[in-house]
Design a protein around this ligand. Sequence first.
Ligand SMILES: *[C@@H]1O[C@H](CO)[C@@H](O)[C@H](O)[C@H]1NC(C)=O
Length: 283
Amino acid sequence: MRTRILLRISSVFTLCLLLYRLMHLTPQHLEPLPLPQYFTEVDFRFESRLIGAVSHIDTRFSPTKALSIDQVHHALINLLKSYFFIMKDLGFETWLAHGTLLGWHWGGRIFPWDTDIDVQMSPDVASPPHTIVTVLSHVDVLALLATDYNATVFQYLDEEEIHTYLLDINPHYLITSTQDLSNKIDARWIDIQSGKYIDITALRRRDLDPNVLYCKDGHEYMDEDIYPLQVSVFEGIDVKIPSKSEVVLVTEYGKNALTSKNHHWYIFDDYSQTWMPEQQNNG
Ligand SMILES: *[C@@H]1O[C@H](CO)[C@@H](O)[C@H](O)[C@H]1NC(C)=O
């Protein structure tokens, strides 16, 4: 019973801006890149140490007062649902990454103390989505997202409510250098009601070795660690994960992160497959 309304607001203006940016690209060898940060956030701090210290909210859509932790989790789940549903529909390959992937390893849930979501995207798509004839040439995924879907507002209807999300592509995606530290996030899927968002980074292939993929945030992967993507379930939602999630997680967080059942004042309960607070009243 899920339906979806797609409202396009991206315009000729975006295209012109893109062309302008292409023509005025900063040389990549400059160090550090003197680029302004495109995505910014406000942090609401929580008192309790049982939840993440801060709740990242997109500056432009910040509510006036902090959300409760339940509202944060509700917003995160709906971000995930809408994002994976709509990206699948549009034909983009995307999967869980970083802390969100670690949560998948531990019982397939967002960590109770987590306040954000990370995903990655394939660097290229085989053919533009919704085409009948398969186009064999590969298209840069961010260029396609930027020209076809940037600044697009999506409405996602679940059983109870309508949620409105904005897909926003960082104009600095054209700079591929990992030295562009302020713009390592390529795109955001933003819940414009709560300001919560999913950070999206696209993998890029190394020019000299296309078997090696990297993100602007500095992480590097071998092709076979990511592909073929695996189908899985996270928070009851159909998602994708890397081919060798354990390798990816151990490289990023160390072996201990996959075995230690004591994290962030929580203990993992094998029976219920959930994280339980270490002791009562320690907030
Ligand atoms: C996407 O749209 C936003 C809002 O109009 C704009 O600020 C941004 O530069 C655009 N991104 C790209 C890649 O053109």
